[in-house]
Design a protein around this ligand. Structure first.
Ligand SMILES: [Zn+2]
Length: 270
């Protein structure tokens, strides 16, 4: 039941909230977003449509939000961000526990384009009560390297070529190191080799297929010699949306059972 939150105090839990690329509405799938829960804190990676709705109904404790990492500001990765922030405020107004969790906290928003952030702030300021809330928002434009460190998690960013090569870069891939474990999220990339420096000894790779064939990704990984514990396809393009079973068979022929295709609400333990 919503509100009856899961206890994930010591485990790292990855929940896929939206598995679709930037398509028109698809049955059972929303645009891209996932969370990592660790040591009582919640971390968001991209915030596509409905991400807070799906998270709340999956009993994720939204007031534990510590940081939000936006890979780039295309709608299928950021469309749910204003609603996520609005939902946090709403929860703080209807639940005393949520209010206590959020009071005087500073939620960090890592975003590669502060002009877009300014637009989101303007949008929120036009909602109920001028969006006054018990928590603060701290937005930061990031670049390559270590961008977040705390609570046993380090998050590294690396620019990719999804939006071209001009600086400042506006599209990134991420690597989260959680204790001795690691998750790499491709974001949207021109080619999987964009994330190559992030892939050493990777326990879980969340790789987009909105712009790529699954066979090309699998063959590149084999050739690279990188150790990938699990490969989860996310941000699905037309091939997976049309025939997920067929695409999974193709991928498993190359990489075996370590491959899975994400669905909305899928929970992965790390
Ligand atoms: Zn996308």
């Amino acid at each position: 039941m919503p509100g009856d939150v899961r206890d994930n105090t010591e485990k790292a839990v990855v929940t896929l909230l939206g598995s679709c690329s930037g398509t028109e509405p698809m049955p059972g799938r929303h645009h891209t977003s996932f969370t990592i829960e660790y040591r009582g804190r919640l971390y968001w990676f991209d915030a596509g449509e409905c991400c807070s709705y799906t998270a709340h109904l999956n009993r994720i404790n939204l007031p534990a939000t510590e940081a939000i990492f936006i890979s780039h500001t295309h709608m299928d990765h950021i469309g749910g961000l204003p609603n996520l922030l609005w939902t946090l405020r709403k929860l703080s107004s209807v639940s005393p526990d949520a209010f206590c969790s959020l009071e005087d906290r500073s939620i960090k928003v890592f975003i590669p384009d502060l002009e877009v952030w300014d637009g989101i702030v303007k949008l929120l300021s036009g909602t109920e009560g001028g969006f006054h809330c018990p928590f603060k928002l701290h937005a930061k434009r990031y670049g390559d390297g270590l961008i977040y460190e705390g609570n046993g998690i380090n998050v590294f960013a690396l620019h990719n070529r999804h939006l071209g090569d001009s600086s400042p870069f506006k599209s990134y891939s991420f690597r989260a190191e959680i204790g001795a474990r690691s998750v790499v999220y491709s974001g949207d990339v021109r080619h999987i080799e964009d994330c190559e420096p992030l892939l050493d000894d990777c326990d879980m790779l969340l790789m987009e297929t909105g712009h790529h064939e699954v066979e090309d990704v699998c063959n590149w990984l084999v050739k690279s010699g990188k150790r990938i514990g699990r490969l989860i396809f996310v941000h699905h393009g037309r091939a997976i949306l049309d025939a997920p079973g067929r695409e999974l068979r193709k991928a498993r022929k190359i990489l075996g059972d370590k491959v899975a295709i994400a669905g909305d609400g899928m929970v992965l333990h790390l």
